[in-house]
Design a protein around this ligand. Structure first.
Ligand code: NDP
Length: 331
């Protein structure tokens, strides 16, 4: 079984390589629930995968490890009639590629409760162009809608705008008729973002306000934040009365220094978004939307297909903040 293998030496050095391992490494003694084995067709590259590939202690607790939090493929062994051999399934999040061997491998073996049937109107490639990033973007947009942010409420800011989650959030928001303001650190991508339907593009440095003023001009109805840190602090202080900030990421930092004024004086909601442990009823609903009324027309143009032997260089690229759009991994 070809896989991306991450090891840690006794001296603590983490190394990775593309290698062959016997499929028996996937055998599980866990009999607590039925399992399925999947022949993986595509995986994807998420920021979390890159953290796992470099042995980040917040993600990887046991070595050796195989990253890959997203998978689509066919069932080749099944202990559950609901997912017979030959069925096409998606697995995203849960513990895949975290405590569990992940999908940067030709096969995965997972509890059946992690699997979602591949929606008929999505191809396997499209499902991984979305992957955890699309799922997270959709959850962020759903959170804004649930908190009353409509296209009439005002503009929605998307931060880390060229990354995977943010690119898909922009596509969804534009499709749903929102006016979108994109914040990016990549000067070279301003024009491309406008061509994708973004109304205004701001550079990261001009957007972030590091004054300690508790409130800034109430400019935005909502936000999808993939960056965290001072970006999220600025967003909270810039959100208008009863607006909502959906916070899902930490590429700019895990710290959050804020006052309570945005919450007390403007009724701002800070809505946390988690995709890994999202309950199955919500998970199915989000995939159903992404394959019907929220199906994106521009997925192909946002997606690069990457062979497994380019994984190492892609890991370096995403950790350096260099991603534009989504990378689907051809397994
Ligand atoms: P990407 O690397 O594809 O996108 C991240 C983007 O953030 C980059 O393209 C860049 O955009 C911006 N960025 C990178 N470094 C910095 C920095 N130092 N300061 C400010 N901005 C920076 O990652 P993903 O889209 O896969 O993930 C985005 C974030 O969302 C990650 O933190 C990830 O862990 C998190 N996430 C959380 C999930 C959840 O369940 N809560 C699920 C999925 C992702 P630009 O150059 O345009 O500014």
């Amino acid at each position: 079984m070809r896989c991306f293998w991450v090891e840690k030496s006794e001296s603590g050095e983490v190394t990775s390589s593309l290698t062959d391992k016997p499929v028996s490494i996937l055998d599980s003694s866990d009999t607590s629930e039925p399992r399925i084995r999947i022949q993986v067709q595509y995986s994807s590259l998420n920021y979390k995968d890159a953290m796992a590939a470099t042995g980040h202690p917040g993600i990887v607790r046991h070595f050796p490890h195989i990253p890959g939090i997203d998978a689509v493929g066919r069932v080749i062994q099944s202990q559950d009639a609901a997912f017979p051999v030959g069925a096409e399934v998606i697995v995203t999040g849960n513990q895949l590629g975290v405590t569990h061997f992940g999908a940067w491998a030709e096969q995965i073996d997972v509890p059946v409760s992690w699997a979602v049937p591949l929606p008929e109107s999505l191809t396997p490639l499209q499902s991984m162009a979305l992957g955890t990033a699309g799922f997270t973007a959709a959850q962020c947009v759903a959170a804004l809608i649930d908190h009353g942010v409509t296209p009439e409420s005002g503009s929605v800011v998307v931060t880390g705008a060229t990354g995977g989650v943010a690119s898909l959030a922009i596509s969804l928001l534009v499709k749903l008729g929102y006016s979108v303001v994109a914040v990016t650190g990549k000067q070279s991508e301003h024009e491309a973002l406008k061509q994708r339907g973004v109304d205004h593009v701001l550079s990261r440095s001009e957007f972030i306000d590091d004054s300690r003023r508790p409130l800034l001009s109430a400019a935005y109805a909502g936000a999808v934040d993939t960056v965290g840190g001072t970006m999220l602090e600025t967003l909270l202080r810039s959100t208008q009365y009863r607006g909502c900030v959906a916070a899902c990421g930490l590429t700019g930092g895990a710290e959050l220094n804020t006052t309570v004024y945005p919450f007390l004086l403007r009724g701002v909601t800070l809505c946390g978004i988690d995709s890994a442990m999202c309950p199955m009823p919500i998970r199915k609903k989000i995939w159903q939307r992404l394959s019907s009324d929220w199906k994106l027309d521009d997925l192909d143009s946002l997606t690069e297909i990457v062979p497994m032997d380019e994984l190492s260089s892609m890991v370096s690229k995403i950790l350096a903040g260099g991603m534009v759009g989504r990378a689907v991994i051809q397994i």
